[in-house]
Design a protein around this ligand. Structure first.
Ligand SMILES: [Zn+2]
Length: 183
Protein backbone atom coordinates (compact mmCIF):
# COMPACT_ATOMS: atom_id res chain seq x y z
CA UNK A 1 0.00 0.00 0.00
CA UNK A 2 1.06 3.60 -0.38
CA UNK A 3 2.66 5.20 2.63
CA UNK A 4 0.97 7.76 4.85
CA UNK A 5 2.84 11.01 5.38
CA UNK A 6 3.33 11.32 9.14
CA UNK A 7 5.48 13.77 11.11
CA UNK A 8 9.11 12.84 10.48
CA UNK A 9 8.42 10.97 7.23
CA UNK A 10 11.03 11.49 4.55
CA UNK A 11 11.54 10.39 0.98
CA UNK A 12 13.57 11.45 -2.01
CA UNK A 13 12.37 14.37 -4.10
CA UNK A 14 10.30 12.85 -6.90
CA UNK A 15 10.48 15.76 -9.31
CA UNK A 16 12.04 19.19 -9.69
CA UNK A 17 14.27 19.72 -6.60
CA UNK A 18 13.08 23.33 -6.45
CA UNK A 19 9.57 22.06 -5.67
CA UNK A 20 10.65 19.79 -2.79
CA UNK A 21 11.20 20.56 0.87
CA UNK A 22 14.12 19.12 2.84
CA UNK A 23 12.00 16.04 3.65
CA UNK A 24 11.41 15.38 -0.05
CA UNK A 25 7.68 16.20 0.04
CA UNK A 26 6.40 18.93 -2.29
CA UNK A 27 6.55 22.47 -1.01
CA UNK A 28 3.26 24.44 -1.05
CA UNK A 29 2.31 24.82 -4.70
CA UNK A 30 0.28 27.71 -6.08
CA UNK A 31 -2.06 27.28 -8.98
CA UNK A 32 -5.20 29.12 -10.12
CA UNK A 33 -5.14 31.28 -7.01
CA UNK A 34 -5.04 28.34 -4.62
CA UNK A 35 -2.20 26.97 -2.59
CA UNK A 36 -1.89 23.19 -2.37
CA UNK A 37 -0.18 21.64 0.62
CA UNK A 38 1.41 18.25 1.24
CA UNK A 39 1.19 18.15 5.04
CA UNK A 40 1.66 15.20 7.39
CA UNK A 41 -1.32 13.67 9.20
CA UNK A 42 -1.59 14.26 12.90
CA UNK A 43 -1.67 11.11 15.03
CA UNK A 44 -5.15 10.61 16.48
CA UNK A 45 -6.75 13.17 14.18
CA UNK A 46 -10.14 12.58 12.56
CA UNK A 47 -8.50 12.91 9.14
CA UNK A 48 -6.14 10.02 9.89
CA UNK A 49 -9.02 7.90 11.18
CA UNK A 50 -10.97 8.59 7.98
CA UNK A 51 -7.93 7.91 5.79
CA UNK A 52 -7.34 4.56 7.49
CA UNK A 53 -11.00 3.65 6.96
CA UNK A 54 -10.69 4.54 3.28
CA UNK A 55 -7.55 2.44 2.92
CA UNK A 56 -9.28 -0.47 4.65
CA UNK A 57 -12.18 -0.22 2.21
CA UNK A 58 -9.79 -0.16 -0.76
CA UNK A 59 -7.87 -3.16 0.52
CA UNK A 60 -10.97 -5.26 1.18
CA UNK A 61 -12.81 -4.22 -2.02
CA UNK A 62 -10.20 -3.48 -4.69
CA UNK A 63 -7.10 -5.37 -3.59
CA UNK A 64 -8.59 -8.54 -2.06
CA UNK A 65 -9.78 -10.93 -4.74
CA UNK A 66 -13.34 -10.31 -5.86
CA UNK A 67 -15.57 -9.01 -8.65
CA UNK A 68 -14.88 -5.32 -8.06
CA UNK A 69 -11.15 -5.93 -8.10
CA UNK A 70 -11.54 -7.54 -11.51
CA UNK A 71 -13.44 -4.64 -13.10
CA UNK A 72 -11.18 -2.05 -11.48
CA UNK A 73 -7.96 -3.77 -12.54
CA UNK A 74 -9.28 -4.22 -16.08
CA UNK A 75 -10.10 -0.52 -16.32
CA UNK A 76 -6.67 0.57 -15.08
CA UNK A 77 -5.06 -1.89 -17.51
CA UNK A 78 -6.88 -0.19 -20.41
CA UNK A 79 -5.30 3.28 -20.28
CA UNK A 80 -2.07 5.10 -19.59
CA UNK A 81 0.67 2.89 -18.24
CA UNK A 82 -1.80 -0.02 -18.07
CA UNK A 83 -0.88 -1.12 -14.57
CA UNK A 84 -3.80 -2.79 -12.73
CA UNK A 85 -4.90 -0.89 -9.65
CA UNK A 86 -4.28 -3.75 -7.22
CA UNK A 87 -0.76 -4.12 -8.58
CA UNK A 88 0.08 -0.43 -8.31
CA UNK A 89 -1.38 -0.37 -4.79
CA UNK A 90 1.67 -2.31 -3.62
CA UNK A 91 3.96 0.58 -4.61
CA UNK A 92 5.56 1.90 -1.43
CA UNK A 93 6.97 4.89 -3.31
CA UNK A 94 3.50 6.48 -3.40
CA UNK A 95 2.80 8.78 -0.46
CA UNK A 96 -0.49 10.26 0.74
CA UNK A 97 -0.37 13.70 2.37
CA UNK A 98 -2.99 16.06 3.78
CA UNK A 99 -4.21 19.31 2.24
CA UNK A 100 -6.16 21.56 4.66
CA UNK A 101 -7.62 23.52 1.73
CA UNK A 102 -11.35 23.72 2.54
CA UNK A 103 -12.70 24.62 -0.93
CA UNK A 104 -15.88 22.62 -1.60
CA UNK A 105 -14.76 21.64 -5.10
CA UNK A 106 -11.34 20.43 -4.08
CA UNK A 107 -10.67 16.74 -3.50
CA UNK A 108 -7.16 15.68 -4.27
CA UNK A 109 -4.06 16.46 -6.26
CA UNK A 110 -0.87 14.80 -7.38
CA UNK A 111 2.13 16.93 -8.18
CA UNK A 112 3.17 16.21 -11.75
CA UNK A 113 6.28 14.11 -12.05
CA UNK A 114 5.99 12.79 -8.49
CA UNK A 115 4.15 10.05 -6.63
CA UNK A 116 2.92 12.53 -4.01
CA UNK A 117 -0.83 12.58 -3.57
CA UNK A 118 -2.55 15.05 -1.27
CA UNK A 119 -6.16 14.70 -0.07
CA UNK A 120 -8.14 17.87 0.66
CA UNK A 121 -10.17 18.59 3.77
CA UNK A 122 -13.29 18.79 1.63
CA UNK A 123 -12.97 15.09 0.82
CA UNK A 124 -12.58 14.29 4.52
CA UNK A 125 -15.70 16.33 5.27
CA UNK A 126 -17.59 13.96 2.94
CA UNK A 127 -16.39 10.78 4.62
CA UNK A 128 -14.25 7.71 4.04
CA UNK A 129 -15.96 6.65 0.81
CA UNK A 130 -15.22 10.03 -0.78
CA UNK A 131 -11.62 9.81 0.40
CA UNK A 132 -11.35 6.33 -1.14
CA UNK A 133 -12.74 7.63 -4.43
CA UNK A 134 -10.28 10.51 -4.38
CA UNK A 135 -7.37 8.12 -3.85
CA UNK A 136 -8.57 6.01 -6.82
CA UNK A 137 -8.84 9.15 -8.97
CA UNK A 138 -5.29 10.19 -8.07
CA UNK A 139 -4.01 6.66 -8.74
CA UNK A 140 -5.55 6.99 -12.21
CA UNK A 141 -3.42 10.09 -12.75
CA UNK A 142 -0.35 8.22 -11.55
CA UNK A 143 -1.32 5.60 -14.18
CA UNK A 144 -1.11 8.48 -16.71
CA UNK A 145 -4.84 8.95 -17.23
CA UNK A 146 -4.21 12.36 -18.71
CA UNK A 147 -7.29 14.47 -18.21
CA UNK A 148 -9.42 14.49 -15.11
CA UNK A 149 -12.50 13.08 -16.78
CA UNK A 150 -10.71 9.83 -17.68
CA UNK A 151 -9.33 9.62 -14.16
CA UNK A 152 -12.81 10.14 -12.74
CA UNK A 153 -14.27 7.41 -14.96
CA UNK A 154 -12.30 4.80 -13.02
CA UNK A 155 -14.67 5.36 -10.08
CA UNK A 156 -17.47 3.69 -12.04
CA UNK A 157 -15.42 0.48 -12.35
CA UNK A 158 -13.86 0.62 -8.89
CA UNK A 159 -16.83 0.45 -6.54
CA UNK A 160 -17.45 4.21 -6.41
CA UNK A 161 -20.12 4.73 -9.06
CA UNK A 162 -22.24 6.43 -6.38
CA UNK A 163 -19.78 9.32 -6.10
CA UNK A 164 -18.71 9.47 -9.76
CA UNK A 165 -18.96 13.09 -10.90
CA UNK A 166 -18.70 13.76 -14.65
CA UNK A 167 -18.26 17.46 -13.95
CA UNK A 168 -15.59 17.14 -11.33
CA UNK A 169 -13.16 20.02 -11.51
CA UNK A 170 -11.58 20.04 -8.12
CA UNK A 171 -9.62 16.83 -8.26
CA UNK A 172 -6.84 17.78 -10.53
CA UNK A 173 -3.38 16.79 -11.41
CA UNK A 174 -1.06 19.72 -11.09
CA UNK A 175 1.02 20.10 -14.22
CA UNK A 176 4.66 19.34 -14.53
CA UNK A 177 7.00 22.24 -14.14
CA UNK A 178 9.23 22.89 -17.11
CA UNK A 179 12.24 21.15 -15.63
CA UNK A 180 10.60 18.28 -13.77
CA UNK A 181 12.02 14.96 -14.77
CA UNK A 182 11.38 11.53 -13.46
CA UNK A 183 13.83 8.72 -13.05
ZN1 LIG B 1 -7.95 14.65 -11.65
Amino acid sequence: MPQIHMPGSRHGCGGDPRLCGPDGFPLPYQRHGRTYYWYPYVAGSPQLTTLLAAIHWIETTLVADGPVRQTCDADFASFGYGIPFSERWRDRAIWISYNPLPAVNEYGATLGGTLDITIAQNAFDRGAHQVAGTIIHEFAHINNAGDGSRAEQTLRQCGCADIYDPHIVGSLRLPRGPSITRA
